[in-house]
Design a protein around this ligand. Sequence first.
Ligand code: ADP
Length: 475
Amino acid sequence: MGNPLNVLVVGYEASPFYKRGGLGDVVSSLPKALYTVGVDARVVIPYYNSIESEYKEKRIGEFSVVFGSKIEIVTVYSSFLAKTKIPIYFLQNKKHLASINLRGRNKKIDQFAFFDLCVVEFAFWLDEHKKWCPSLIHCNDWQTALIPLLMQKRIPTLLTIHNLNYQGKGSLKVLDLLHIKDKDAKELRRGIPATEINLLGEGIIHTTQVSTVSPSYAQEITSDYDNDPIHNFIVRREKERGKKDQVWGILNGIDYDIWNPKIDEKIAFKYDEATWEIGKKENKKDLLKQFSLENRLTFCFVGRMATQKGLDLLLETVDDIVSQNVNIIILGSGLKSIEKSISRAAKKYPLHMRVKLTYSEELAHQFYAASDFILIPSRYEPCGLIQMIAMRYGTLPIASVTGGLKDSIKDGYNGFLFKNGSASELLHAIKKAVELYNKPQEYRVMVKRAIEKDFSWETSSLLYKKLYIDTINSY
Ligand code: ADP
């Protein structure tokens, strides 16, 4: 069906319309990069109420789907990715797609099952109404993982796993809503709990190809070190299908139109490779003044407050870190228990620590520009964008040696890596960082290397293009 290089990229978030993590960056920046290598990529996400009230996009049509016993009308809105002519479509249904904050796992499963059903219908709607038919659908994470099953081999699919720990597990009742028979949900016959559905598992079974967001994470999730059934399943899938159907690992890139201190409107003082020292100094002075913190060596953390992010290691070492006479500034939100522990630590160190328990694009940019080092103690990290962004802003990463962190940071060359899960190794790395900072000559060399490291999409977009073509050809 269609031109071999028409790719419909599907996700539950896309920056700036709705973004809470790295997937939002990728769903917007990858299509831009694909365009420059000759792939006609377009994006589709749900039209949440929050997007509608902020962006008021153009309505371009509607279609209907049957969900359970009801006919649901889906309205299509469209816009363009920032500063491009790349279309982004939004699917609206006030009953199922209005809110991203539904409580309860089955509600979320039903919501994205509905979205996936809409996307399948939408792919054909596009062909009919816009004369653009996807030759491949690029699904991302569990929220889009039912598309391969629902597509029933009409259009090839690539499923990219951005985080294997989020699988979309819930009641099998969702199959009734989709009019799918148990026996067609193949994963159920593969020894993964037959009492519930696992959307990511279904996606992995039914999709034409599977990929993930860094070579190291691909290796980690295909080695059977873990008892997670999906882990075991991926291993088996590779064994059964052979090397040509391996889980491909392609490192994410970052969008240099957004993450570039030279043109960044969100920071107080712009700077580049030549002026980073003065630029960072001014941004730091500015931010620390806002936070009423003394102007001294500053470590930051930016990210979701999830167990994955290893904030417990930071808390274990916080006394020793602060004793180095440094600041720690933290930006993030998520699990209430983690938020509470972090706030408690900040209260204990009012002269050294500030915490912003919020999601703020503005502050994130300022944190990257103003900090000297960024702490990334993740227990696992499929790719991680914050280390790439921070390095672009001349902020050296101190990160666990895992997944994409391992693939993007060279220990002692453009940042520091430490054994993941080890608080004492984290502290050791922090001490090395402080030592480096006190040797300005060596520090400058390392920062320059970090700033100059190429994290653009240039190489990875070509790898995706090749994978799309191979996927279509193998179909
Ligand atoms: P993940 O996808 O696991 O959340 P990544 O490192 O891949 O982690 O991407 C995180 C993205 O989300 C980055 O763009 C980062 O700047 C942004 N981000 C995370 N937390 C916040 C926050 N509290 N405020 C603003 N931006 C945030």
